[in-house]
Design a protein around this ligand. Structure first.
Ligand code: SF4
Length: 475
């Protein structure tokens, strides 16, 4: 996927001005987060499970080489194949060659963010192979030639009317000429169209939520069952997964599944949990005759053992973006690449460079909600702060911001002078702020006040002055 992360500020402007997007985001804000809250309340051991989930992922990351090799051994013993892809280009090439080896004309894809990360669809199309997205949300955005806007709900930015128009445009040549208005009808029509595509596909390609080292299984959760058709009907099944998905045991998977579904959608369990363990055996009724796992690194191993390793715990539940006030205002496309929201603000600079994606870690108020809901307790604000520091060190921060921070730091190192200047500034702002809109005239304040006014400071002086008056006690 082509990045537009460097256009983040323009993307934000467009997102804020898009009424359809704002309508969809308003529903998202009350949907997922409320369901997660209720699901967590219903499970007394939820917080303890989050600790266990974090520990499982930390243990797997600390021993990643061991568990990956164990996973590879198990897959090969079952008659499958494992391919190591150091880069996105390697992964594309491996998958392209596998598809060609069976003369594939169509590939049925189940939702995979890693496939987005390596721009797999564009590569397959260039080879003359048609990738068919089978997850309903992914299918809708594929018809619209759009990237996903959310990790678990890729078409969440669209209204029902937009989906209806898209289906009418693309399904009319197939004989579906009625514009549908009910959700169930839209789903039924998509199911009808996709069913034939499953039957026609030569290769099924899925992602994996987890790779289980002890059994050599890839584990996938969906709510639509599309992954099961993608991996059982075609003659070849390819699993594309990044290396940090490996975990030691099935018991560990059970813990992670319990926090994943609750954090993602508020469900106690996703509708379908599928384990793929090698190709079809002689006495199996169905299944693929060839089974391949492509393990993508793409820069992840360089994070191991660093302060940023915690980001590799992510199990892609989407809770951080569901609770993020910035994501809730601008949606996923504004982030300009595959992974939006707080985890995107951490992961994207790592994967495509802080020069390209340096604005993303700044798209946070550091309110901490993302960390407070993350099922594997990733310290997202700390990781974003890391990128802000790298951005500052590499002089990627705008000159005005650098000078402003340098000036603030100079005063902050001289506390008495700082307090005196703060009092003067406070009085001046109080005088300016008596009439609404006056701040708009101040130099350097235009970026902030273009869309909102700046409230005058409340009476009582600066924080320091109030602190001194009350002796540190609340008034
Ligand atoms: S960072 Fe945490 S909350 Fe966000 S998607 Fe990953 S696991 Fe979920």
């Amino acid at each position: 996927m082509q990045s537009t992360a460097h256009d983040f500020k323009d993307n934000v402007g467009a997102a804020l001005a898009d009424p359809n997007l704002q309508d969809s985001l308003a529903k998202l804000k009350v949907g997922f987060s409320e369901r997660r809250r209720q699901a967590a309340e219903r499970l007394p051991e939820f917080e303890a499970l989050r600790d266990r989930a974090r520990d499982i992922k930390d243990h797997a990351l600390a021993n990643l080489d061991f568990y990956l090799e164990e996973f590879e051994r198990k897959v090969m013993a079952l008659g499958g194949h494992v391919h190591w892809a150091p880069t996105a280009a390697d992964a594309r090439q491996i998958i392209g060659e596998l598809c060609r080896s069976v003369g594939a004309r169509t590939v049925a894809k189940s939702k995979s963010m890693v496939a987005e990360e390596i721009a797999l669809n564009e590569h397959l199309e260039a080879l003359g192979i048609a990738p068919i997205e089978t997850d309903l949300g992914e299918y809708i955005i594929q018809l619209r030639h759009e990237p996903p806007s959310h990790i678990i709900a890729p078409a969440v930015h669209l209204t029902k009317d937009q989906v209806a128009d898209t289906f009418l445009e693309h399904h009319a040549p197939l004989g579906f000429t009625r514009r549908l208005t009910e959700r169930n009808d839209l789903v039924a029509e998509a199911r009808h169209v996709l069913r034939q595509k499953f039957l026609d596909a030569d290769v099924g390609l899925t992602g994996a939520n987890f790779l289980v080292a002890e059994t050599g299984s890839s584990m996938l959760v969906t709510n639509e069952g599309n992954a099961d058709l993608s991996n059982t009907l075609p003659k070849m099944h390819i699993v594309l997964a990044s290396i940090e998905k490996v975990i030691p045991t099935l018991e560990d998977a059970a813990v992670l599944l319990r926090v994943l579904a609750r954090s993602a959608t508020g469900q106690e369990s996703s509708a379908y949990t599928t384990l793929n363990t090698g190709p079809k055996r002689n006495d199996d009724l169905d299944g693929p005759s060839a089974y391949h796992v492509v393990l993508l690194d793409n820069g992840r191993s360089s994070v191991l053992g660093t302060k940023m390793q915690d980001m590799l715990r992510c199990i892609r539940c989407g809770a951080c973006m569901n609770h993020c006030p910035v994501y809730g205002a601008i949606g996923g496309h504004a982030y300009g690449w595959v992974y939006p929201g707080p985890i995107g603000a951490v992961l994207t600079p790592q994967l495509i460079g802080v020069e390209e994606a340096g604005d993303l870690p700044n798209a946070s108020t550091f309110c901490g909600r993302c960390e407070s809901v993350c099922p594997v307790r990733i310290p997202l604000p700390r990781l974003m702060r890391h990128w802000r520091e790298r951005e500052f060190e590499r002089h990627l921060t705008p000159w005005t911001a650098r000078q402003g921070l340098a000036l603030w730091a100079w005063f902050a190192r001289r506390p008495r002078l700082y307090r005196g200047m703060a009092q003067i500034a406070n009085r001046m702002l109080a005088m300016c702020g008596r009439a609404e809109g006056r701040y708009r005239m101040l130099p350097l304040a235009g970026g902030w006040t273009r869309f909102r006014d700046f409230p005058a400071p409340p009476p009582g002086g600066t924080f320091h002055a109030q602190w001194a008056r009350t002796g540190g006690k609340r008034p």
